[in-house]
Design a protein around this ligand. Structure first.
Ligand code: G4F
Length: 331
């Protein structure tokens, strides 16, 4: 029997990597896509033609009940969210509803399907290191107190505890991956790694002269998204559902990111290329994230394969190739 998986957030960076991983393992992959005439769905149809797209919205419980009934999944990966932290202050209600309330809706849709069909489903929730916020322990692990610093972080805490609650209340196989920042050439350009690597590529090609950023002193534990989706899958292969921190165990500042990205194009001193704009500084910052993923390493046998240096350099090279292709396209 072919294993069936339903992925929410299929058009995002993680959704695409996960779809590829599951397809390679022989899964039948279903992806939930929101909105009418969504351009991301058209791109997905070209890049991942094997994904069976289902229309649905995390805000609409009935659409989720229908989606789960249609996919009849063995595994559900709930990756869908409003995921840009800075946006969440301007759209706190919407972020709370989608990123937090959407988890409850998915859990309810899965529970209803299980109860009505007798078919057991394993559920993955994409929790986030943003939940640690004003981090009370260094490094952060599964038991570290959650102290979110943004509406996004608060919404993720809600989804995280709802997942634990459904596991404890209904015996659902519901696991939560507390993923630290994970990046790739597919990362959206609103996030700082891709914003920097794309700008550096364009500077190299003479297409722009500098980049404008916010707080350069924040530190993040950055890994490669392709490694992190493997951890999601491993969590659902365990007999018992649980929560796991997924991280590299190394932290780097935005300054370190700039050092590596500019070094890749032979610029050791980037001071005159970077402008600080206070509008990019957040109302409350998460200063330091560094994860202790020893539980995932020992129980799941998971470990990251790409270093920070390799990740950023590969993103710069990808962006140089992409920007070169774009700038030489006929108008
Ligand atoms: O790249 P970021 O926007 O990622 P952030 O806020 O850490 O969140 C990402 O990782 C989380 C996992 O921990 C996910 F849950 C979340 O969905 C998302 O994927 O910002 C990283 C850091 C921040 O400290 C920010 O203040 O970079 C700093 N920064 C400085 N200048 C900037 C900029 N961030 C952005 N996006 N743009 C800037 O110009």
């Amino acid at each position: 029997m072919t294993t069936r998986a339903l992925i929410t957030g299929i058009t995002g960076q993680d959704g695409m990597y996960l779809a590829e991983l599951l397809h390679d393992k022989g899964y039948e992959v279903f992806g939930l896509v929101a909105g009418q005439n969504n351009p991301k769905a058209d791109l997905l149809a070209v890049s991942h033609p094997y994904v069976k797209v289902i229309s649905g919205n995390l805000l609409d419980l009935v659409s989720l009940i229908r989606a789960v009934a249609h996919a009849k999944p063995d595994e559900v990966y709930n990756l869908g969210a409003i995921s840009f932290v800075a946006y969440s202050w301007e759209n706190a209600r919407l972020t709370s509803d989608v990123t937090g309330g959407g988890v409850l809706n998915m859990l309810e849709a899965v529970r209803y399907f299980q109860d009505s069909s007798g078919h057991q489903v394993r559920f993955y929730q994409a929790s986030s290191s943003e939940m640690f916020g004003n981090a009370q322990e260094v490094p952060q692990r599964e038991s570290t107190l959650l102290w979110p610093r943004s509406p996004y972080g608060v919404a993720k805490v809600y989804g995280h505890y709802m997942t634990i609650n459904y596991r404890e209340s209904y015996g659902m196989h519901a696991s939560s991956g507390i993923l630290f920042n994970h990046e790739s050439p597919r990362r959206g350009v609103e996030f700082v790694t891709r914003k920097v690597t794309r700008a550096v590529a364009r500077i190299q090609l003479g297409l722009q002269t500098g980049v404008t950023l916010g707080n350069l002193d924040a530190k993040r534990d950055w890994g490669f998204a392709g490694d992190y989706v493997r951890a999601m899958w491993l969590m659902l292969q365990q007999d018992t559902a649980d929560d796991y921190v997924i991280s590299t165990g190394e932290t780097h500042s935005i300054r370190d990111l700039l050092d590596v990205a500019f070094d890749e194009i032979g610029i050791p001193d980037w001071d005159d290329k970077v402008t600080i704009d206070p509008t990019y500084v957040r109302p409350a910052e998460v200063d330091l994230l560094i994860g202790d993923s020893s539980k995932a390493r020992s129980v799941l046998g998971w470990e990251p394969t790409v270093t920070f240096d390799q990740l950023i350099r590969s993103m710069v090279q990808h962006d140089i190739a992409e920007q070169t292709a774009l700038s030489t396209q006929p108008q």
